[in-house]
Structures are given as structure tokens and as C-alpha cells.
Ligand binder design. Structure first.
Ligand SMILES: NC(=O)c1ccc[n+]([C@@H]2O[C@H](COP(=O)([O-])OP(=O)(O)OC[C@H]3O[C@@H](n4cnc5c(N)ncnc54)[C@H](O)[C@@H]3O)[C@@H](O)[C@H]2O)c1
Length: 289
């Protein structure tokens, strides 16, 4: 490894076995980082490791199966990166699921709580256990995945959007609290990014929606977000903290004047329940009368 913007920096990426997290792992490795991927889905984690090893990064990456909503798992994830690679400089709290779907009046409390446990508690735990290490090591950079759904209403499921809004607020507060330790905390707000979580196998329908509402003509890909995360992780953003950075092809700038359902969704939902994204867990969805 001769150079790179993250040369020998130690990074943890949650949800790193798929989509945005995996693209970021590839980008970080290409920039010289040492990467520990955490993910709920053990099979996807193994496949991700195999691909990264085939790309020549086998010695510089490892995978830990864990659930970001469980404190012991998050603590173990950070400790493993520290033990294996001798430091902790960058943490990307990115794991996510779609979570509770359907009308508010039909939403089960347990589904609401699971959504917040993964999307918000997971970020809190990631920051808590990253900061505990970084504050004794002279600082670091933490990036939390929010969403355009966290800064605008009417587009994405309610529980998901509320949890992502909490991620933006939490990131700003964490940034002010941790600045004295030289720990930067920023949120990233992806727009419509073509991952399995977003299109759920319906890429063509998703492309039609994007063409209608997103100003930029190209579709959002995981590598677009990875480039922005690289900027926030690296010293190029040394004076940037507490920021919520949109990567959305102008979607927010468009004003969200029209409420548009995502592919497969109807304007008035005729189902309710919870989806678990790409964790391997089976969705629990019921039709409404
Ligand atoms: N794709 C989009 O359009 C989009 C837009 C805005 C925000 N986001 C956010 O970006 C992040 C990454 O999503 P993606 O689109 O790459 O989806 P993805 O499904 O491709 O990847 C998410 C990964 O997170 C893992 N994960 C889920 N729950 C977990 C848990 N409890 N513990 C550990 N790992 C867990 C999954 O197994 C999966 O590998 C999520 O936070 C998502 O909400 C995505």
C-alpha cells in the first residue's frame, strides 16, 4: 500500500456487507485504510470479505457479525478493530432497515421500537463506544447515516423518517460535545440510492420515479455516497463537524413539492408491519382491510 487519503487509518463500518456500507468499505480500502465491517447478516458478511480478499485486501479487512442495537455487540466491534489493527480513527454508523411501514394508526409499538433501536440506538451506541476509544487517542471522525427522509416529510415511512431526523439531531449534539476531544461527528443524508434496501428488486419502477422527481439525470449509486463519506472521514474535512450532508442529486433542492410513493408503495397504504431490509430476517407485513 503506497499511499491514499486514509493510509493506515483504522475504520469501522456498520452495515458494511451490502449497499452503501460495502461501497464505502471498498473505497476506504482503496485509499489505504484498515477496515472492520460489522453486519447482522453473517452470510452477506462472508461474501463481502471474499470479494474484498479477491480484490487483494484480505489482510486489511475483517468482518464481525453483530447487531448495532445491542450494546455488547457494538462494544465488541470497536474493541475488535482496536485489537486487530491497533487504533480507531473512523467510524461509519450506517446499518439500516426499512422498519415499520403502513399508517400510523396501524403501527405496532414493537415495530416502531425495533425501527428506532436499529436506526437511532445503533447510532448512539456506535458514537458512544467509538468516542470512548477516540477521546484517549487524540480524536477521530464519525459519520452517521441519516437520510433525506430525516429532513423532509411525506416521502418515506414515518418511523424511518423520524428515526433519521433523530440521527441528524443526535449528530449535531454529539459534534458539539465531542469537539474538545477533536472528534468530528457528521451525518450523511443519502437521497435515492440504488441498493437492495431501496428498490427491493424493482429497479425499473424506481428508475421511473427518480426520472420524474430528481433533478440530476443519473441515478444515485452507493459509490456516490462512499465518496462523500470518504471526504467526511479524511482530513480534507478537518474543520467540518455537526453537518448534515445531503448526497441526493438535488432531490431536496427540488423542494419535495410532490409527494411521491417509492416503488411498489400506494398513496394510501393497504398494508402495515415491518421490513428488515437485507439482514436475512423475514418481513412481518399484514394486509389492511
Ligand atoms: N438506499 C437508499 O436509498 C438510502 C437512502 C437514505 C438512507 N439510506 C440509509 O443508508 C444505510 C445503508 O443502507 P443501504 O441502502 O446500503 O442498504 P443495504 O440493505 O444494502 O445495507 C444495509 C446493511 O445493514 C445491515 N443491518 C441492518 N440491520 C442491522 C443491525 N441491526 N445490525 C447490524 N447490521 C445491520 C444489513 O444486514 C445490510 O447489510 C441505511 O442506514 C439506510 O437507512 C439508504
Amino acid at each position: 500500500m503506497s499511499g491514499g487519503r486514509l493510509l493506515n487509518k483504522v475504520a469501522v463500518i456498520t452495515g458494511g456487507a451490502s449497499g452503501i456500507g460495502f461501497a464505502t468499505a471498498k473505497r476506504f480500502l482503496a485509499e489505504g485504510a484498515l477496515v472492520t465491517i460489522g453486519d447482522f447478516n453473517a452470510e452477506a458478511g462472508k461474501a463481502a470479505l471474499a470479494q474484498l480478499a479477491a480484490d487483494g485486501f484480505g489482510e486489511r479487512v475483517n468482518f464481525i457479525r453483530g447487531d448495532v442495537s445491542q450494546e455488547a455487540d457494538v462494544e465488541r466491534l470497536m474493541a475488535t478493530a482496536l485489537d486487530r489493527f491497533g487504533g480507531l480513527d473512523i467510524v461509519f454508523n450506517n446499518a439500516g432497515i426499512g422498519g415499520a411501514i403502513g399508517p400510523i394508526v396501524e403501527t405496532d409499538v414493537e415495530h416502531w421500537d425495533v425501527t428506532f433501536a436499529v436506526l437511532m440506538r445503533g447510532v448512539f451506541l456506535g458514537v458512544k463506544h467509538a468516542a470512548r476509544i477516540m477521546m484517549h487517542r487524540g480524536g477521530g471522525s464519525i459519520i452517521n447515516t441519516a437520510s433525506i427522509g430525516g429532513v423532509a416529510g411525506g416521502v418515506l415511512p414515518t418511523a424511518y423518517s423520524a428515526a433519521k431526523a433523530a440521527v441528524v439531531s443526535f449528530s449535531r449534539n454529539a459534534a458539539t460535545e465531542l469537539a474538545e476531544y477533536r472528534i468530528r461527528v457528521n451525518a450523511i443524508c443519502p437521497g435515492i440510492i440504488f441498493t437492495p434496501l431501496m428498490h427491493n428488486g424493482r429497479e425499473t419502477q424506481a428508475e421511473a420515479v427518480v426520472a420524474d422527481i430528481q433533478p440530476w439525470p443519473d441515478r444515485g449509486e452507493p459509490h456516490h455516497v462512499a465518496s462523500a463519506v470518504l471526504y467526511l472521514a479524511s482530513d480534507d474535512s478537518a474543520f467540518v463537524t455537526g453537518e448534515a450532508h445531503a448526497v441526493d442529486g438535488g432531490y431536496l433542492a427540488n423542494g419535495l413539492l410532490r409527494v411521491h410513493p417509492l416503488p411498489g408503495a400506494k398513496k394510501k397504504a393497504d398494508y402495515a408491519g415491518i421490513t428488515y431490509g437485507n439482514t436475512g430476517q423475514i418481513r412481518d407485513v399484514r394486509r389492511l382491510p
